[in-house]
Design a protein around this ligand. Structure first.
Ligand code: DGY
Length: 338
């Protein structure tokens, strides 16, 4: 039986331009220009358009806001490879892909530094009250220099608590050495190479001056930062999240900020995304928000696009696949669905 010719759908224009050697040029060069269909709009293709445009596709290069579930896969049985331009992949039903022999790849490592930089930016902005200072200037409330005005929290020498000791968390912890901080971390288990001290969650919450969240979104982590989590934190402590919005019980966070249970928060991720301008979170006190841009530097996003193309091509060619999230799917491809 002749094999299906490779054909891919890319759900957004890729960073890195379109010139020679760019991620999209590499994809087109490898598969043929006609075999690569790129969604040209800024917003994601609506689900029915995703279905339509993937007809006859063997590969898909997708983003965190494209939903890839069992029903979609059943409608596109020719699909063999899904490459996610992100490290997080909670938009993809991984077991459903594995069951159907669809290889799934992501783009870890290359974004760890940029995302850790953003977590630090939020931490520093919240600690040193940058938005409040700017508001004062903008609103004409900047009076004469005064030794008691606009006081904020010291960062140097304090304790950083990290939830989820993965690659981004490690980059976060590494950056804290310049600030001579004590690093505590918690997670499923102790990691011998993590630059910090493993403690139970309760101890982390009670001892940390800053808490930075770096867990993937799973059934286990959804809503993990809830009212009891914030209640255990110190009243001067600052909460930072650059992972996924739904790990936080957002109404509980707003209440914790309003009633002074914690001092401040810096969030790059929230629920929903995009956050409507009239959402109560926007108006919570002492909050610094950024619009899910942790990995959004030119350099990092270009590296992510190259890695996503590498993953897609290797999966489609049957080569050794780096960052393959479901190696079990290879067996299903060889032996068929159990
Ligand atoms: C990721 O990679 O999961 C980020 O959230 C998007 O950069």
């Amino acid at each position: 039986m002749p094999s299906t010719p490779p054909r891919v759908f890319v759900t957004r224009e890729l960073p890195g331009g379109s010139g020679e050697g760019s991620p999209i040029a590499r994809l087109r060069g490898a598969l043929g220009a006609d075999a690569v269909d790129v969604w040209p709009e800024f917003d994601p293709p609506p689900h029915e358009v995703l279905l339509e445009r993937t007809e006859g596709c063997t590969g898909l290069l997708c983003m965190i806001n494209d939903r890839i579930d069992g029903a979609f896969l059943d409608a596109r049985p020719g699909l063999r490879a899904v490459s996610q331009l992100a490290v997080g992949y909670d938009n993809i039903d991984l077991p459903a892909c594995t069951e159907r022999g669809v290889l799934v790849t992501n783009t870890p490592d290359v974004l760890s530094d940029a995302t850790a930089d953003m977590a630090w930016a939020l931490l520093m902005a919240a600690a040193r009250r940058l938005p409040q200072g700017r508001d004062a200037i903008e609103q004409g409330r900047w009076g004469q220099w005064n030794p008691t005005w606009q006081l904020s929290s010291e960062v140097t020498g304090r304790t950083l608590g990290i939830l989820g000791p993965g690659r981004i968390a490690k980059a976060m912890a590494k950056r804290s050495t310049g600030f001579e901080m004590t690093v505590l971390y918690t997670g499923r288990s102790e990691k011998p190479d993590f630059p910090g001290t493993f403690v139970p969650l309760e101890e982390l919450l009670e001892r940390s001056d800053f808490i930075s969240v770096h867990v993937p979104l799973t059934d286990e982590t959804r809503g993990i930062c809830d009212a009891s989590f914030f209640a255990r934190m110190q009243p001067h402590a600052i909460f930072v999240n650059t992972s996924r919005g739904p790990v936080v019980d957002q109404p509980a966070l707003i209440t914790a900020l309003e009633d002074g249970t914690i001092a401040a928060a810096g969030l790059d991720v929230m629920t929903p995304e995009p956050l409507p301008p009239d959402d109560p979170l926007v108006h919570a006190p002492n909050i610094v928000l950024s619009p899910h841009v942790g990995s959004a530097t030119v350099e990092t996003r270009t590296k992510m696009a190259h890695l996503a193309v590498d993953g897609l091509l290797a999966s489609m060619r049957g080569e050794r696949v780096r960052h393959l999230l479901n190696p079990e799917a290879l067996e299903v491809q060889t032996k068929g669905r159990p």
